[in-house]
Each structure stands twice: as C-alpha cells, then as structure tokens.
Design a protein around this ligand. Structure first.
Ligand SMILES: O=C(O)CCC(=O)C(=O)O
Ligand SMILES: [Fe+2]
Length: 285
C-alpha cells in the first residue's frame, strides 16, 4: 500500500542523502524530502523524522568538525583563586550552534557526580512525553538537586564552567542564578536510545522570555558501539570521547529553531553510556 511504499522510499532516500551529507552545505532534510517526493505519500511527520534519524545513526563514521578553536574559561575555584582553563572546541554547526568541547571534565568529576546521584542503580526509567520506560526514551534518569550539587566544590565549579562555556559558545544570555537541576541519564542495555526530540519548543515562532534555549551534555561514559548523538535534520553524527561536553543552542535570532533543534541518541549497540544533561533557560524570564 501507499504507506509501505512511502516508508521504503523514505528509508532509501534517507540512507542515500545521509551518505552524501558529509559534504558541507547539503541540506539533509530537503534532500530526503525531494528524493522521496515527501509529502506525496502523506506520511505523518514523525515517520519522516524517524527515517531521517535512523539514517543519521547508520552513517558510516562520525561527522567531521567544520572548524576548531580554543576557549578560555575561568571559574572561581573553591579557594577563590581564578583558575583559567584553555579548552579545545570542535564546531559542527554555526547557527544554531553545535560544538563539542574536548576533555571538559576529568574522570574523577564524573565519578563524584555519580556518587552524589546515588549510583546508576538508583536511576528510574526516563520519562518522555509523559511515558516512563516507553518506546520513545529507553534509558533511566534522575535529577540531581541544586543544593546536593552545590555541596561539592568540584561539582559546583563543574556547573559554573558549564554555564560559562554554554554562554560563550552560544552567545546567549543564560540564567545561571536559578539553573535547572542537572539530569543524569544512563543507557545500560543494548537498544537503549532516545528517539528524535527537541529539548525546548521547536516551534519556529518567536522565542518567549525566560524559556529553554540551549543544552549541554557531558559524556561520562561512552559505549563501545552505537549510542551517538545525532542532529536529525542535518545528518550530524557526534562521536564524543569520555569527558567531552556537547553544547547546542536552539535560537535563530529571536526565533525558536524547528528541525535544527531536533536530536536523538542512537541505540547503544555495545557497552554502556551515561551522561549528565544541563538545560539552559534564557536570562530574561
Ligand atoms: O544521550 C544523548 O546523546 C542525548 C540526550 C538528550 O537528548 C537529552 O538528554 O536531552
Ligand atoms: Fe535532548
């Protein structure tokens, strides 16, 4: 029938376009749309997004950075000394930004964070779209309350540095006085994943003061196979190392991005993965 044919066409168009999308400038979503003459088959939008996302997960190798630069951040240490750090940054997209900071957090900081969170066994099935442990988000997670985090100088400065880095890499003014809690998430079983979604409102309309505009993901454990973070609409496939921090924003001028904000965690194929996600709200709320 039409749906089956449409899905097959989408799938192969997506594979095809994803392989070619390594070349800068190719609009992956547009390529798939044109090749599969979507929406002629009248496929629901989520199926289109699924096809894009599955193709981006199956891309051979990872995306290459457009450019690299260094970032100097200095968060006041617990002894009030200024500790300046110079970090290597890989930029994968300029607007809205997607950038990976290499070696952001040492192993010991991740270990401390996990200890404070109560260990991986204390996490509960993650909730997405109001459903826990569902098909949409197969992982487990937990929020670490701000007062728990702030009780540990190493974690307090970890977060201070996250905010500095996120501000500098996005250029947004972010609310650091009342941050959202840090979210710990683990993908422990083969097939665990987080299907394509947006962290904020990917509505394409004018942004509202004080709403969520950026995300950072600290990768504390990366799987040996699979589990990449992908940006569905431009076939970006990020392959971080342990300790790296991914920062991405979803504002285009004063407008909330749409497809550019959509991302996913590909299914873990081997090994385990755990991350710490910080969501950032704009300052004027
Ligand atoms: O696990 C990932 O790579 C993505 C996680 C994510 O999208 C989130 O925590 O909002
Ligand atoms: Fe997300």
């Amino acid at each position: 029938n039409d749906l089956t044919r449409g899905l097959a066409a989408l799938g192969s168009a997506a594979e095809n376009c994803a392989t070619r999308a390594g070349a800068a400038g190719l609009d992956f979503a547009r390529c798939v749309q044109d090749a599969a003459s979507y929406p002629n088959f009248l496929l629901p939008r989520p199926l289109f997004d699924e096809a894009l996302r599955n193709a981006s997960c199956r891309l051979p190798g990872a995306s290459r950075a457009l450019r690299r630069h260094t970032l100097d951040i200095s968060a006041g240490g617990s002894d009030c000394s200024e500790q300046a750090r110079r970090l290597d940054v890989e930029v994968f997209r300029e607007h809205p930004p997607v950038a990976l900071i290499k070696g952001f957090a040492p192993n010991a900081t991740c270990a401390r964070l996990l200890l404070v969170a109560g260990g991986l066994d204390s996490l509960s099935p993650a909730v997405a779209r109001g459903v826990a442990g569902g098909f949409y988000r197969r992982s487990s997670s937990k929020n670490v309350a701000n007062h728990e985090l702030d009780a540990h100088p190493a974690l307090q400065s970890l977060r201070a540095e996250m905010f500095l880095a996120a501000k500098q890499l996005t250029g947004y003014s972010l609310n650091s006085t009342s941050p959202e809690p840090l979210n710990i998430a683990a993908y422990r079983n083969p097939g665990d994943e987080y299907r394509p979604h947006c962290d904020g409102r990917c509505s394409g309309d004018r942004h509202r003061p004080g709403e969520r505009v950026a995300t950072s993901i600290l990768y504390c454990q990366v799987p040996t196979e699979g589990g990449h973070t992908t940006f569905t609409h431009d076939a970006l496939k990020i392959a971080p190392s342990e300790g790296d921090l991914l920062v991405f924003g979803y504002l285009i001028g004063q407008t909330m991005a749409r497809g550019e904000a959509e991302h996913s965690a590909c299914p873990v194929l081997a090994g385990g993965k755990w991350i710490a996600t910080q969501w950032y709200a704009e300052e004027n709320g």
